[in-house]
Every structure is written in C-alpha cells, then in structure tokens.
Ligand binder design. Structure first.
Ligand code: GCV
Length: 674
C-alpha cells in the first residue's frame, strides 16, 4: 500500500546512491532562517576543506529546504550561520544558537567540515537548530577505513561488487571517489587505507613511479575532506621491486633501500599518512622470516617515515596458520598476545599496533582481545570489520554497532580508572595521541555501496561511533534511518528495531555460545559444522558425543591468564563465565545446565529454532514498510531477507542435526530435526 504523503519526500533512484546524504526535502522545523545567510571569518574560502564544507552546505540545504545560502565572507550578519575560528579541541567544533544566530566555532578546517555535517544531520532529522548548544570533539584521534581492495578490481571479503578504487591494474578516479570522501567525512573518518593488507602483484608497485600520479590525486581528493591516505605495504617489496634479495629489517642494504624508497614516496605523495603492514601472517613475509622481532620490523620502517610525519600501523594478526588439529595445547586465541606482549614499550613512537577486536577473527561473538589492556606502553588501534565476512556477507542483516559498543565498553582492568577499551584506543589510558579505531570496510562498486541497503548503517555507524564512542548503538541506528529514509515515524521505528535485533538473531541461528567457526571454509558463508574441525587454521569446536567447547582455562590452554584480574578468574570459572562466551572458554557436556535451567543442548536447539522465527518476523516487519521506503530499497532488502531466511534454515537444520546425531539426545519439544 502506498503512502502518498511520504512518497514525494522519499529518495528516488538517483538520490539513492547518495545514501544518508540523499538530501531529499524535509520539514523546515524553523531551520531555514539559519542557513539563508552564512558568514565565514578566520578561514580561507580557498582552503579545499572549507570550500568542500561550503559546497556541502549548499547542496544539503538546497535539497532539504530549498534554500540557496548567500555567503558573506568576513562580514557581520545578525541572523543566520556564522562560522568562525576559535578555541576548540582538534577536529572538534562548537554549535551555539542565540537570538536567531547559529555560531559554528572550530580551531581547524576539519572542525568546520564536521560542524557543517552536524548541521545537515540536524536538518535531515527535522530537528530544530534553535537552542543548539553542543561541543563536539573526537573520542579517537584516528578514525580509519581499511579497504581490502585488490588492483585487479576484486575485493578480499567484499560483498558489494567490484572495487571503485582499482580495475585491471589501474587506479580509478571519478565522481564516486569524491562521493566516497563525502560519505566518509560526513561521519568523521579521517584516514583511509586504499589497498588490501595482502599486498601482491601490482599492488606492490603502488609505491613506484608507475602509480604515483594517480595515488597523489586520490590523496588530494581525500585531503579536501580532511582524510589522510595510507597504503598497505608489502614487507617483501625490496625483493619484489628492484632492491636487495632480502627483507631483513636489520640488514643495512635493506634499510638503505627503504630509506630511498620512502624519500621518493613522500616526495611524490605529499599528503600520505603512512603505511599499514600485515607481516608474518597467513603466508605474508615479515621479520620472523629473518629471526627478527615484530618490533625490529615495525621500527625500521617507522624510523624511515618519521622525517615525513609518517606513521606505521602494524597489525597484530600473527598466528600459526599451519596447526595440527590433533594438538590441543597450541591455541590460536593466545597468539596475538604471545607474539606482541613481550616487546611492549619497544615500539617507536610513530608505530601503532592494530589489534582485531577479538583474539580469533571477527566471529559473531568473541571475548575482547587481551592485547587491549595488556599492552600499556605502545600505541594501539582497535580493528573491527564492517565487511560482514563471518556475519552474513551483506546478505543477512547484521548491525554490528552493538558489538563494537560492547568491545569499547569492556573493562580491561589495566588501571584503576580509564581502563575500558574506549579509553585505551582513545588515548586516555596511557596518554597516547596515535591511536583510534579502524574498520575493514564494507563498500564496493554496487550502486548502493554496501550490497544490502541496511548494511550502510554499519558504515555510517562505525564512523559516528569512532568519532563519539559515547553514542548508543540505538541512537545511531535511528539517526541513520532518518537520514536515509526521512522522518516517517513508523519507518524509523521499524528500521531501528530491525537493526538492533539483527546481531542477536544472526548469533542464534549460527554458532552458539561463543564457539564460532561452524562456517563453510574459505567462503565463510553458510554452515559447515566440521568444515574447519580437521584443518590447519586453529579454529576448532572440539565437539564429540559427550560435549562441546574449547578448554581455555588453567586446566586447558591457559588463555584466560592473558587477562587482568578479575577478568581472568571470571572466565576461568564456569559458574561466573558470561554465558554468551561459555564455549569459547570451556568444554562442557551437552547435559550441562545453563542459568536458564536449560541444558546446553536444549539451548542450542532452542536458539536455532528461535533464530529462524526471528528472521520470519523480520520479513513481516519489513513488509510493513512497503510504500513507505523507496521501491528500490524495499525490493533490495526484501530480496536479501529471503536469502537470509534460506540461510538461517540451513544453519538451523545442519547445526541441530549435527548435535542430535553426535549426542543422541533429542529435542525436548519434539520439533523436526533431521
Ligand atoms: C585480508 C581473515 C580473512 C582474510 C584476511 C585476514 C586478515 O583470515 O579471511 O581474508 O586477509 O583475516 O585480517 O588479514
């Protein structure tokens, strides 16, 4: 059923590719008067960031309020928007309204840009500018997107089409590059890594003459939106380009080669922020190959980029990916901590260690990596993944911001105060200024950027959360819904509820109680309960006819001791362990009673049935929005939900049948198990 009132205010196909910046008409909410006249003082209109901020304001208020703002440079106005330079924290801004005058104060250009996007958010949500009194400053100094785009145009773990940065070994620059920068800047992103951390073939050549001009052009476009460009580096580049036949970080010829290379690179790409490095990981070369430490490798590069203000972001995803599944002592979860904690304090001050949120690999439920809070003398960055590799691949709905909130709010007990992950990566715990959050990005060449229309909420949400970690996941979801679909109440409420419930639903029909990994190997979509059980990747669930789970207690792999107290004891003790993580830490019989009174096995059965039922309810809820959201979006989400339902049923039936066959214990409720 169509809703004619809404229809003319909904984004149509062309505007749809602008996502939350679609700027379709909005109710005035007495906002027009604040954007008809704009004065700017203390900032040069020729500055690219200021120019882009002004253009965005024109575009936004033109579309939403049908206003063409008039610019009065260095002139006094008594009504409207006054942008001026003043004291605020870096990349922060103040918005104050008084007597019909809205004043945007910032100490730098990025603050102005973010302030303008804030005003546009307010207008898009039909909230009044009158009475505004806000001081906003970033919780995290670095707020980055990591693209795993390859130069042939493919994207590792990409679920939204081909790369819009690369095709057939060439760098693409078109309108989408700028739209990307606008979208990223609108939520406060200030750093972007363009290419996959697995740097192979042509990507190794990104630091050569062959690509300098184009990379520099992208860096310039991004810089116009306050974003610094970073590249992923091939640690073995000297060997693959024209350098020495070694990548030993302590070898003088290798160091000399890198010194010359860095001089050339920073000369050619002046805005470059530095490099992201995946070394000694999943077959990638690194310092371990030469008997050197991770610190030797990172510091060598860091010293060479330092004269140019460069930074080395070094990933901690280092583990043995050739494990024997028979070996119960080696525990992949331990690897990050074991490989990095010993050199805490040895990393130079322009090195940042980038740590995945969990100790394994972006599962739907993992404990927080113990490196976060373990390292106390090293710059740290939290890495999350909005590309939904293990969380439904942008076919299944899975809003990840609640998960990131849990990670940020986790108390590590690394100190008496300011001990949460948010404090650590925000630089408050240990006084670091090179730290923050990075997300493996979920974008691609699809017209809607993220494949599933609702997956754009993860892109939006990551940026908003990284800028302000105090925001609630639900608040972000509702804000995104209003920005994207307009302010129809039913639409906002339905979309928000769908998003907020989605992670729990996905968890219910996939792998239970923190165990993870019952997924199809390689593709990582759909169930395959034993798919990884006898392989080399260290990702086992250890199910037998009596029980399930990995013993990571003192009696098992001892992983629990990587946490500070009281976390270590809490995880070690089966009675105190948070139930959602029970099987991550304990191997338990199927008959083990949970706090609910249910057995472990009954919980597995119930949650898988519930998960499918919840997807059915999600479909009905979405159907209630037909005619309220643009048809193009309605159809996109409807089609994805159907596929999600199919996937959920596969998971339910395979997981339940697997455990029924292993245990021989039936479902108490007598439902169909195969
Ligand atoms: C970029 C997982 C993914 C890989 C990815 C790796 C990483 O193992 O499956 O595709 O490689 O993580 O984070 O480096």
């Amino acid at each position: 059923m169509k809703n004619p009132v809404q229809e003319n205010r909904m984004p149509q196909d062309a505007a749809w590719s602008q996502l939350w910046l679609c700027y379709t008409p909005r109710q005035d909410a007495d906002n027009r008067a604040y954007v008809e006249q704009v004065s700017v003082s203390g900032f040069a209109m020729t500055d690219p960031v200021i120019r882009n901020a002004w253009q965005e304001l024109q575009r936004g208020v033109g579309g939403m309020l049908d206003v063409r703002p008039v610019l009065r440079e260095d002139a006094a106005i008594d009504r409207g928007l006054s942008v001026r330079r003043g004291e605020t924290p870096a990349e922060g801004y103040a918005l104050m309204e008084k007597n019909g005058m809205l004043t945007l104060t910032a100490s730098d250009e990025k603050g102005v840009l973010y302030g303008i996007f804030h005003i546009l958010r307010q207008i898009a949500q039909e909230k009044p500018l009158q009475g505004m009194r806000e001081l906003c400053q970033p919780s995290n100094p670095l707020r980055m997107l990591n693209h795993w785009d390859n130069m042939d145009g493919s994207i590792e773990r990409g679920y939204a089409g081909a790369s819009f940065f690369f095709r057939d070994g060439e760098i693409l620059i078109d309108g989408r590059t700028q739209d990307y920068a606008r979208l990223a800047a609108s939520v406060g992103i200030n750093g972007v890594v363009l290419n996959n951390v697995n740097v192979k073939e042509q990507a190794t050549w990104l630091i050569t003459e062959r690509y300098f001009d184009r990379v520099a052009r992208i860096a310039e476009i991004l810089a116009g939106y306050g974003i610094r460009l970073f590249l992923s580096l091939n640690y073995a580049a000297p060997m693959e380009l024209d350098g020495p036949d070694s990548a030993d970080p302590l070898c003088p010829e290798v160091v000399g080669w890198w010194r010359d290379k860095m001089a050339e690179v920073f000369r050619s790409i002046p805005n470059l922020g530095g490099f992201l490095v995946k070394a000694d990981s999943e077959g990638r070369p690194g310092p371990f190959t030469y008997g050197r430490t991770q610190a030797d490798g990172a510091n060598m590069l860091a010293d060479l980029v330092k004269p140019y203000g460069g930074v080395i972001i070094w990933r901690c995803f280092v583990y043995n990916c050739k494990q024997d599944w028979r070996d119960r002592k080696t525990d992949r979860a331990r690897a990050g901590y074991d490989n990095f904690i010993g050199m805490d304090g040895a990393y130079h001050d322009n090195v940042i260690l980038q740590i995945k949120n969990g100790p394994m690999d972006f599962q739907i439920r993992e404990p927080v990596s113990p490196l976060l809070g373990g390292l106390t003398r090293t710059n740290q960055m939290l890495e999350v993944q909005i590309a939904q590799e293990y969380t439904g691949q942008q076919i299944d709905l899975c809003y990840l911001i609640p998960m990131f909130k849990e990670t940020l709010d986790f108390k590590t007990y690394c100190g008496a105060a300011q001990d949460t992950v948010a404090d650590i990566v925000g630089g408050r715990s240990f006084g670091s200024r090179l730290c923050g959050m990075a997300a493996v990005c979920n974008t691609g060449g699809d017209a809607n950027w993220t494949g599933h229309d609702l997956a754009a909420a993860n892109l939006y949400g990551f940026g908003r959360l990284a800028y302000d970690t105090s925001l609630a996941a639900e608040e972000i979801a509702a804000e995104w819904a209003r920005m994207t679909y307009g302010c129809d109440r039913k639409t906002t409420d339905t979309v928000t509820a769908l998003l907020m419930g989605s992670r729990g639903t996905y968890e219910k029909y996939t792998s239970p109680l923190g165990i993870g990994w019952m997924v199809e190997p390689n593709t990582h979509y759909g169930p395959n309960v034993d798919g990884y059980e006898y392989s080399r990747w260290g990702t086992y669930h250890r199910a037998d006819h009596l029980g399930l789970g990995v013993d990571r207690t003192d009696a098992g792999t001892g992983y629990v001791r990587q946490y500070h107290e009281p976390n270590a004891s809490r995880y070690n003790n089966v009675q105190e362990c948070p139930e959602e993580l029970l099987l991550f830490f304990h191997h338990l019989p199927y008959t083990y009673r949970l706090r609910s009174g249910k057995t472990l096995l009954q919980h597995i059965y119930d949650s898988h049935f519930e998960g499918v039922e919840e997807v059915e309810r999600m479909i009905r809820a979405w159907e209630g929005l037909e005619g309220r959201v643009p048809d193009i979006s309605y159809r996109n989400v409807r089609e994805r939900l159907e596929r999600q339902l199919h996937n959920a049923k596969e998971w339910r039936d395979q997981v339940n049948s697997y455990f029924y066959r292993k245990s021989g214990i039936g479902d108490e409720k007598g439902r169909e198990i195969f």
